[in-house]
Design a protein around this ligand. Structure first.
Ligand SMILES: [Zn+2]
Ligand SMILES: [Zn+2]
Length: 353
């Protein structure tokens, strides 16, 4: 039986999980920002102002859902006074599983006049903002405990390296792409960072976000969420399960697995990559002047090999590139969450014995 790897729902909701308004350092008001995203065909938006969490759900309508969120930053203060530029920093997005959850781990931003009315609403934990893996992991753990999905943001813009992000625990997602970083000149296409996180045993999902502070960084990266309904709980459940893929262009229409064969259908593509936890990889490419709209990819040897050399962390994931270089990327699918019928392991073992 074919297993659908993408959620089987009527509609996918175009979603941006990272934006700023004039409550912190963004240009637009929440209402202006919502109008922009609505007209651009989005259905879900999280307004994640810096270090100030605000419940915007009074602006939720039948066709547009606001998710409560905040972006928390923990800077390495060392670099600030001497080098005159923003030093390395951790930025985390916290997406609340309930709209009225206004807990936040660190002190309110409070510098902006527009943030002032919200200050009274904030029950701040005031956890230490120390640039240190242990302190960050405490913030992530506490945020999970308090009912948030935690996303690791823009490693390139943050000037961070493997030593900063590989020891993090309890992350739900990472930004594979961040539009505002890119329009500012940072190559925030984090294919290798995501791969490295997965290979090191982290289990998290890839997102695309805008991080828009103005009109400049809008509509360049998003996620398509497969939820039953456009309602807070349903969308959060889908996010939590990884029922989405990220994109900055292409659409993935279907993805199934049966007896070790992966079948993908998608919008016009130039190439499709399948990466795994090992050096085992697959590739499909359109003929010159043509488009790829489907591919049947043989993973039987991968699953077979995996069975011969078991890995607790075995996974595969798919990236679809369009002709213009834009891409869509799926989550990692871990083999320990699949069944024998998906992988066709028994057949493979017979074949290679
Ligand atoms: Zn940030
Ligand atoms: Zn941001």
């Amino acid at each position: 039986m074919k297993r659908d790897l993408l959620p089987q729902v009527k509609k996918y909701f175009k979603t941006n999980l990272h934006t700023h308004t004039n409550i912190s350092d963004g240009k637009l008001t929440p209402v202006e920002l919502i109008e922009k995203y609505k007209s651009a065909g989005y259905q879900v938006l999280s307004i994640t102002d810096h270090n100030v969490i605000v419940d915007h759900s009074d602006k939720t309508t039948e066709d547009f859902l606001l998710l409560t969120g905040v972006e928390v930053n923990i800077n390495d203060e060392h670099y600030l006074p001497t080098k005159g530029y923003w030093g390395v920093t951790y930025h985390l997005n916290l997406i609340a599983k309930r709209p009225d959850n206004l807990w936040q781990p660190v002190k309110v931003y409070g510098k902006r006049e527009t943030a002032a009315p919200y200050e009274a609403l904030v029950t701040s934990e005031n956890m230490p903002k120390v640039y240190d893996v242990e302190a960050i992991n405490n913030i992530i753990a506490k945020s999970n405990e308090k009912g948030f999905l935690v996303m690791y943001n823009h490693p390139v813009w943050s000037g961070q390296h493997a030593a900063d992000y590989l020891p993090l625990k309890g992350l739900w997602a990472m930004e594979l792409r961040n539009t505002t970083s890119i329009v500012e000149g940072y190559n925030e296409n984090n294919h290798a960072v995501y791969q490295e996180m997965l290979e090191s045993g982290m289990r998290l999902f890839p997102t695309g976000t805008d991080d828009a502070h103005s009109e400049k960084g809008m509509f360049g990266s998003w996620i398509m969420v497969g939820a039953e309904k456009l309602e807070y709980d349903a969308v959060i459940r889908a996010l939590e399960k990884g029922d989405f893929y990220m994109s900055c262009g292409p659409e993935i229409h279907s993805m199934t697995l049966e007896d070790g064969f992966l079948e993908i259908t998608c919008s016009d593509a130039r190439e499709i990559f399948v990466e795994t936890h090992t050096r085992s990889a697959r590739y499909a490419c359109a003929a010159e002047g043509e488009s790829l709209n489907s591919a049947r990819i043989d993973l039987t040897r991968f699953f077979g090999w995996n069975r011969e050399v078991p890995s607790d962390n075995a996974f595969f994931r798919v990236t679809v590139f369009g002709h213009d270089g834009s891409y869509a990327a799926t989550r990692a699918y871990w083999v320990d969450q699949l069944t024998l019928a998906d992988t066709g392991n028994v057949d493979v073992m017979e074949r290679y014995r």
